[in-house]
Design a protein around this ligand. Structure first.
Ligand code: DGL
Length: 264
């Protein structure tokens, strides 16, 4: 039996749209409810306790809207409390983590750089990722305050983004990394700029595609898929200004997105 209920997806803001794009590609018929917690963005500047509390409110909202599964399309919110969300709710929850495992498997010179928020990089989940998958490689972490705000303001393709990235990538390039991990869902919108700076010899990887495949597997594994019929729809909610957030969603997502103001 197809399950027509929506999949709930959230992030601190518009970053999770990079994951949503991949989900849409592999699951064209699923309805999606997306929550952008723009009034509380960036999460990277908040305490883990506050991020968990916001995430729980958002999960409650998405489940109240009838979601059959949740996707935490945010590394920071996943690192802060994925186990808490999974323990509390009875639906499958897919989270994110920086792509350390594929990066340390792919590096040729054993040097990997990870760009992420400071909450992600200082969390236990990240330390445990390193313990499990460092694989003898040198992994250099680089927090990037300010980048999320640039993407949120729709300025991911401007001069300012390039300059900020140059500053954050310089220490990694000095260490000779040949692989750079985009460990925040906002950063794939900066991927072309990152590639321009690091050049063709450095691989730039993120986890959106892998997460989308995992969503597919999880829905199939729980008998929750909606495989056929009409094209899936997206509805966007934000705690921020729906006009400003809507303009950025339109720029990053395309089409004429329906964006509702839903403070939580
Ligand atoms: N997009 C988020 C992540 O993947 C959160 C960034 C933030 O709000 O600081 O970490």
């Amino acid at each position: 039996m197809p399950d027509p209920r929506p999949v709930g997806v959230f992030d601190s803001g518009v970053g999770g749209l990079s994951v949503l794009k991949e989900i849409r590609r592999v699951l064209p018929c699923e309805d999606i409810i997306y929550y952008a917690d723009s009034a509380y963005c960036p999460y990277g500047a908040r305490s883990p306790a506050e991020i968990v509390s916001r995430s729980l409110r958002i999960c409650d909202f998405l489940l109240g809207q009838g979601s059959k599964a949740l996707v935490v399309a945010c590394n920071t919110a996943s690192v802060a409390g994925l186990d808490v969300y999974r323990e509390k709710y009875g639906v499958p929850i897919v989270g994110m983590e920086p792509a350390v495992k594929p990066a340390t498997a792919a590096t040729r010179n054993g040097r990997v750089g990870v760009l992420a928020t400071s909450v992600t990089l200082s969390g236990d989940r990240f330390s445990s990722l390193l313990e499990r998958y460092q694989n003898g490689a040198d992994v250099y972490s680089q927090p990037c305050p300010g980048l999320v705000e640039l993407v949120e303001s729709g300025c991911h393709d401007g001069r300012e983004a390039l300059e900020m990235l140059e500053k954050y990538l310089a220490p990694l390039m000095e260490r000779g990394v040949d692989t750079v991990v985009l460990g925040c869902t906002h950063y794939p919108f900066l991927k072309e700029a990152v590639k321009t700076i690091v050049g063709p010899e450095v691989a730039v990887i993120d986890t959106s595609e892998a997460v989308a495949r995992q969503v597919c597997r999880v829905l199939a594994g729980h008998g929750l898929e909606n495989p056929g019929g009409r094209e899936g729809r997206e509805v966007f909610h934000t705690s921020g200004d729906p006009l400003a957030v809507g303009a950025v969603i339109k720029k990053l997502w395309g089409g004429s997105p329906v964006v509702m103001h839903t403070p939580l």
